[in-house]
Design a protein around this ligand. Structure first.
Ligand SMILES: [Zn+2]
Length: 554
């Protein structure tokens, strides 16, 4: 716990929102634990205990409050920048890292021993890794009981409980009653199969720059697989051998509203984890912003866009393929190529609501990309070989794009793949691995943004040196710098809801004047500045794949 008891008590006495998700209060006399914002009367000081996580409170035998509903507090993981190992472990647990294996295997993936991992969890969260995983399940179940009409057996499955019995036992132990007692709604139960979908609120820590993230996703949306229309991001989903679609929009409070249409209920926790990753819901912008604003160059950027997030990726393989497709060409040309690839080897999906949103296919699997005849893509043969060897590498190692022990190890392993250079590796680390310190330093737009701010040309070395002070949040500095370019270029189109229009932003890019930076960037194989957040597709440093390409093009 990074707060003393006096500060904690003041936070609950004033119902301070800034502590929501970072602090939980247990009341000894009632056995209940609460959020700092709980509307119930503030308990006497001698009756309360403070915890750094819901899991710690639950491990100590307290049950979640039915009034303030701890499951609806922002689920923050990335703010714990003080221990990247804990942040990485939380991300792994969220995507099911403890469902089939134990803490030792989790530690192996992160390069730490089981005892050390337990010690780090105790220090930063006050709970064991297993308690964290268990609490996640309980809180998701509680949310499903409140917010949906799913029958209890389906709640158990969708919350990640292996069996209905385990679910019942867990809730009995917590509440002394069966889980159904928590449901206050009298509406009839309705199975997920009948409704066809589950809609959930996914809370975040405000502020949240929805327009920026939706514009970023719109500019890169793969036709037929993803779409942004009327303020809703939609995409098809392929997971655990089943296919479906998700729809995400802004809620009317500090939450996003996600609708999941998926036939396999047990996949729900994994789908939620991915939505949270794409929309960067684990970030605490106040902590990150306060740190970055210590640099006087960044301070005005943070003040202008305090809720900017790092857009995550839905799937590592899809992101890597997109990155290779986008090398040397513009963002919108890369979308065109991705669309061709989907038409060639993607799998059609049958779902009326998905079709209505313009979604017809799921992104092709690695196995299909590895084996298909891709000559019709109209790409240089070297690039096709790079795509297929990447796909084969993913077939051989399904964990290829998962969290590593540290950023350097991740970059080294990604750079060993054909077609992936330093820039692409940093980009994958930033968007798929959620490495908050990933930093595509050679990026041409990043350097341009920095030069604009400094008022004189900046080299990559100078930037790296300055960025030492931005650690461990260099990915967020990157997003702010990209956004500063966009703000300087197209101040007008960013506002007024342009970002949420159904037309992809990339199509509105002004045609660059001959010899402009944008065009030169495109010609030199670097991504031009897109309107919302520029430059995300091409390596600025030479990678093996990129240099092959240049030779072929020449
Ligand atoms: Zn409460």
């Amino acid at each position: 716990m990074d707060l003393d008891d006096t500060a904690c008590y003041r936070a609950i006495a004033t119902r301070d929102r800034r502590f929501d998700g970072r602090l939980f209060i247990a009341v000894k006399t009632t056995g209940v634990y609460c959020r700092p914002v709980c509307p119930a009367r503030t308990p006497k000081r001698e009756n309360v205990r403070f915890f750094a996580s819901a899991a710690a409170a639950q491990e100590a035998g307290f049950r979640p409050c039915l009034r303030c509903r701890p499951e609806t507090s922002p689920d923050l993981g990335a703010w714990r920048g003080t221990s990247n190992t804990v942040s990485r472990a939380l991300a792994l647990i969220e995507s099911g890292g403890l469902d089939d294996t134990g803490v030792e295997a989790l530690g192996d993936r992160l390069g730490v021993g089981e005892r050390q991992l337990r010690r780090l969890f105790k220090q930063h969260l006050g709970a064991s890794p297993v308690a964290v995983a268990q609490t996640r399940r309980v809180l998701l179940a509680k949310q499903l009981i409140h917010d949906t009409q799913l029958p209890m057996a389906e709640v158990a499955l969708a919350a990640g409980f292996g069996s209905v019995r385990r679910f019942n036992e867990t809730f009995h132990a917590l509440y002394g009653r069966p889980p159904g007692y928590l449901r206050r709604s009298r509406r009839a139960e309705s199975s997920a199969a009948a409704a066809g979908e589950i809609t959930l609120r996914l809370p975040y820590r405000a502020p949240y720059d929805w327009d920026a993230i939706i514009a970023f996703l719109a500019a890169r949306a793969i036709p037929d697989v993803e779409s942004v229309r009327d303020g809703t991001y939609a995409r098809t989903v392929h997971l655990d051998g089943a296919a479906g679609a998700i729809f995400v929009q802004r809620g009317d409070g500090a939450f996003l509203q996600a609708t999941v249409r998926f036939p396999r209920l047990a996949s729900l926790p994994a789908i939620i984890a991915r939505v949270r990753r794409v929309f960067d819901l684990a970030a605490d912008p106040s902590v990150i912003g306060a740190h970055l604003a210590e640099d006087e160059l960044l301070a005005p950027l943070i003040a202008a866009r305090p809720g900017l997030r790092v857009p995550g990726a839905w799937d590592g393989f899809e992101l890597a393929i997109r990155a290779v497709l986008g090398q040397q060409i513009t963002v919108s040309a890369a979308r065109g190529l991705a669309a061709k690839l989907v038409a060639l080897v993607g799998t059609p999906i049958e779902d009326a609501r998905a079709h209505a949103a313009g979604l017809t296919h799921v992104f092709p699997s690695a196995a299909r990309v590895a084996q298909a005849d891709l000559s019709r893509l109209g790409m240089p043969r070297a690039r096709i070989r790079a795509l297929q060897s990447l796909a084969q590498a993913h077939v051989d190692d399904p964990a290829l794009f998962s969290v590593r022990r540290n950023l350097d190890a991740a970059i080294e392993q990604l750079c060993a793949l054909r077609g992936i250079g330093e820039w692409t590796a940093q980009y994958i680390a930033m968007r798929e691995l959620r490495e908050s310190d990933a930093f595509p330093v050679g990026d041409v737009a990043l350097l341009r943004a920095m030069s604009n701010l400094c008022g004189s040309p900046t080299t990559a070395q100078e930037m790296l040196k300055r960025a030492e002070h931005w650690r461990p949040w260099r990915a967020y500095a990157t997003i702010h710098l990209w956004a500063s370019l966009a703000a300087a270029k197209v101040t007008r189109t960013i506002d007024a809801g342009a970002a949420t229009s159904s037309r992809p932003r990339a199509t509105r890019q002004p045609k660059p004047a001959p010899g402009s930076t944008t065009e030169r960037a495109a010609q030199s194989g670097r991504a031009p500045a897109s309107t919302a957040m520029p430059s995300n597709v091409a390596p600025a440093r030479k990678s093996r794949g990129a240099s092959n390409d240049r030779r072929r093009a020449a």
